[in-house]
Design a protein around this ligand. Sequence first.
Ligand code: ADP
Ligand code: MG
Length: 264
Amino acid sequence: MATPAGTPVIEASDLTRVFRRPKTSLTRPGEEVHALKGVSLSVARGERFGIVGESGSGKSTLLKLLCGLDQPTSGSILFDGKEIVGRRDLRFLRNDLQIVFQDPMSSLDPRMKVRDIVAEPLVALGLPAGDRVAQLLKEVGLPPAAADRYPHQFSGGQRQRIAIARALAPKPKVLVADEPVSALDVSVRGQILNLLADLIDSHGLTLVFVSHDLSVVRHVCESVAVMSEGQVVERGQVDEIWADPQHEYTRTLLRAVPTLEGLL
Ligand code: ADP
Ligand code: MG
């Protein structure tokens, strides 16, 4: 998608994040984990940007920083041109960026009706819910009656639809998804990915999408950053990287691509 030069919606520079594992000895400090070792990336408005890498490569750590849910050890993140690192008032970010997590069971409050779950971000922002809930449920392919039921009354795929409806409720500019189909039955992954792709399109959203599976990223994203051991080792158009990976690590990832191809 064409974007005016110089106006990325997310611009991260030289991000590092060091965790310290719990002490195992009284005399020595806990071991340091360098989860991110200098990651820079930028996401243009309207771009569908994937982040791929094996488990432990730092994808979720990076995503949490981009969402303002964690602070980097060093580095800078501009969202819409505004620095979010070290900033206390992140209300603008809560409004403009919404997240879909891997496991819809743990991200949806089991005691709340779907109506209240979907309306929650609106209520939190002091916005009227009105008939938005029914509209959103329709958009994600759920019947109006779903509003009066509880999360456990739905299948995994349907729960992820509910999570997507909630994420869309405050009309965010950016949707962030961390392995949104990894916890789902293989048989419904394609449906949820297609739904996401359609909604990104119809709402004109920017997407930041994390997966350990490049075939999944390829299904919904146009560009991708490949992460290994806390660094971006390759970045480009996903079709080009799929056809002609430059980095040995990417080749290894591609050889490991499993079963999804025939299913989508
Ligand atoms: P991914 O999402 O790619 O699987 P993560 O970002 O979750 O990777 O983790 C990257 C590395 O950082 C891993 O080695 C992980 O164990 C470590 N890590 C992540 N969160 C913490 C934490 N809160 N405390 C200590 N280590 C962490
Ligand atoms: Mg992760």
